[in-house]
Design a protein. Structure first.
Length: 113
């Protein structure tokens, strides 16, 4: 499975971005898809996860970020609102299925103060 993340960029504090993660195959039966982020010099942290019926978020993004999936387009989205400088990081999507994890290449998000 190949994942292509896109939608990153430079935005001012308080702005919005929508990240997309497109898969090379159907995600209809995929149990878990997540977004992670990694800031320079820091570990990669879980941001949000979506399963077939639930979504979960890191405390730092609750109320500001929304993860969603479009099975028909084989795409998962991360809508990011009210962005803060501390949201600056490379964002990665991960697809977990049949005991394997697949990672996208990452997309840079930079929030200026």
């Amino acid at each position: 499975v190949q994942l292509q993340a896109s939608g990153g960029g430079l935005v001012q504090t308080g702005g919005s971005l929508r990240l997309s993660c497109s898969a090379s195959r159907s995600i209809f039966s995929v149990n878990r898809i997540s977004w992670y982020r990694q800031a320079p010099g820091k570990q990669r942290d879980l941001v949000a996860t979506i399963t077939s019926g639930t979504t979960t978020y890191a405390d730092s993004v609750k109320g500001r970020f929304t993860i969603s999936r479009d099975n028909a387009k084989n795409t998962v989205y991360l809508q990011m609102n009210s962005l803060k400088p501390e949201d600056t990081a490379v964002y990665y999507c991960k697809l977990s299925t049949l005991g394997y994890d697949y990672w996208g290449q990452g997309t840079q998000v930079t929030v200026s103060s």
